[in-house]
Design a protein around this ligand. Structure first.
Ligand code: GDP
Ligand code: IMO
Ligand code: MG
Length: 423
């Protein structure tokens, strides 16, 4: 059976956690393929809200196996805290949660290096979540990292010490004020390694190949969004992994010809958290309204998210890079009550109108060209059927489908699992 993918088409926080949870009942295995605890995936059901960082969003389903793939970077401290937070749900982690031996570990000094690097950049900082993501992937590609499978070997602590000592020297090199007590951080780290070791470590690529042979259905869960991809995002204001479809192949060991549906998920508008260009960003009442109604605060850091109109130039680019086969539109309810809605359909880029996503999208190079749509007043949050959607929203949806030549199969009208409309 093919492996289906669900990934974000914007700058993250599209609502991946909610939809993976909604779709999980159709799958035997949910697998994260990249990123780490920089992610914050929110699920809501039965009046409770859950935010997951590294644990895949299928964890609440009674049957599904949740797998953390080789492409993910794991902070044992955050991971064990996540397990603790879920302890009241009596989940059998040993059975439900499996970790790739090839996944890399985020060390306490990776987090410190992240902080030092950001402090040294000053105003030019990336706006990282400070979870140590960049430094950990640097050690992975630099061939210095420590992997989950190393924890099963006797000499891993020597390897750890050498690497942590090197990191401390590097922190000194940045020459910025980063306060820390490594002894305390290490005590917490080693305790958390113990919790991680209570889980099953597996050769996840082999596990998934066998699962495919056994006709098990698999959904790969993306983190971040396509415009934060290390290659295709708004570099250098990106994360350090491939968030796009190809990342699922390298992050799980699934061959490209084994990919089935690619669910591309986007908000009915656009948000971004952290620094970097954002052509359709709003600094007016409309932007404030989106932020307020949409409760746009980062699920991991609590930072306010920047808000703006839907950007079709960026969306088309993301759809192409990912080979999206089905679209999922989130937070349509947030747009209720706007008199007019704008959609960016082209950029004025250095004096020329373009419809492709150019190399440089900083605001001094790009001015968005908008098409205006009529808004709707109706509250959408109680709707359950596509036939109940207001005409103006249908026009908005049909325009997007026509531009992208892909159907929007789900419209989300609220954070709860049940506020999900199939089309
Ligand atoms: P993820 O990182 O892609 O999983 O998304 P986040 O969880 O970081 O951010 C999405 C936020 O929007 C969360 O607070 C969700 O509970 C919320 N959310 C998801 N879908 C909807 C929706 O259709 N309407 C509204 N109003 N909120 C939603
Ligand atoms: P989910 O999976 C939104 C952003 C950070 C920063 C940049 C680099 O919840 O959609 P990093 O910590 O990776 O070095 O930060 O990427 N970022 C996210 N923005 N959602 C996320 O994840 C993000 N993960 C990282 O704000 O701008
Ligand atoms: Mg998020």
């Amino acid at each position: 059976m093919a492996v289906d993918l669900l990934l974000g088409l914007q700058w993250g926080d599209e609502g991946k956690g909610k939809i993976v949870d909604v779709l999980t009942s159709k799958y035997n295995i949910i697998a994260r393929f990249q990123g780490g605890p920089n992610a914050g995936h929110t699920l809501e059901f039965d009046g409770i809200k859950h935010v997951l960082h590294t644990i895949p969003s299928g964890i609440f389903h009674p049957e599904a196996i949740n797998l953390v793939g080789n492409g993910v970077v794991i902070d044992p401290v955050i991971f064990s805290r996540e397990m603790d937070n879920l302890s009241k749900f009596d989940l059998d982690f040993k059975k439900k949660l499996k970790i790739s031996r090839k996944a890399h570990l985020i060390l306490p000094t990776h987090r410190l290096l992240d902080a030092a690097s950001e402090a040294a950049k000053g105003k030019a900082k990336i706006g990282s979540t400070l979870k140590g993501i960049g430094p950990t992937y640097m050690d992975k590609t630099g061939r210095n990292g420590i992997r989950v499978g190393d924890l099963e070997l006797s000499d891993w602590k020597t390897k750890y010490r050498n690497l942590a000592d090197k990191h401390e020297a590097m922190i000194g090199f940045y020459n910025v004020d980063v306060q820390y007590n490594l002894k305390e951080l290490e005590a917490e780290f080693f305790e958390a390694i113990g919790a991680l070791k209570s889980l099953e470590f597996i050769d996840s690529e082999e596990y998934l190949h066998q699962a495919q042979k056994d006709n098990k259905s698999i959904l790969a869960e993306g983190a971040q969004g396509s415009l934060l991809d290390i290659d295709f995002g708004t570099y250098p204001f990106v994360t350090s992994s491939n968030t796009t479809a190809a990342g699922a192949c390298t992050g799980l060991g699934v061959a490209p010809n084994q990919i089935g549906e690619v669910f591309g998920i986007f908000k009915a508008y656009t948000t971004r958290v952290g620094s970097g260009p954002f052509p359709t960003e709003l600094f007016d009442k409309d932007g404030e309204k989106m932020a307020h109604v949409g409760r746009e605060f980062g699920a991991t850091t609590g930072r306010p998210r920047r808000c703006g109109w839907l950007d079709m130039v960026a969306l088309k680019y993301a759809v192409q890079v990912n080979g999206v086969t089905q679209l999922i539109m989130m937070k349509a309810d947030v747009l209720s009550g706007f008199k007019e809605l704008k959609v960016c359909t082209a950029y004025n880029y250095r004096g020329k109108q373009v419809t492709h996503f150019p190399f440089n999208v900083e605001h001094e190079n790009v001015t968005p060209v908008y098409t205006v749509f009529k808004g709707w007043e109706q509250d959408l949050t109680k709707l359950t059927k596509a036939s109940e959607l207001p005409e103006e929203l249908n026009d908005y949806i049909q325009f997007i489908e026509k531009e992208l030549e892909i159907p929007i199969k789900i419209v989300s009208v609220g954070p709860d699992r049940l506020q999900t409309i199939n089309r």
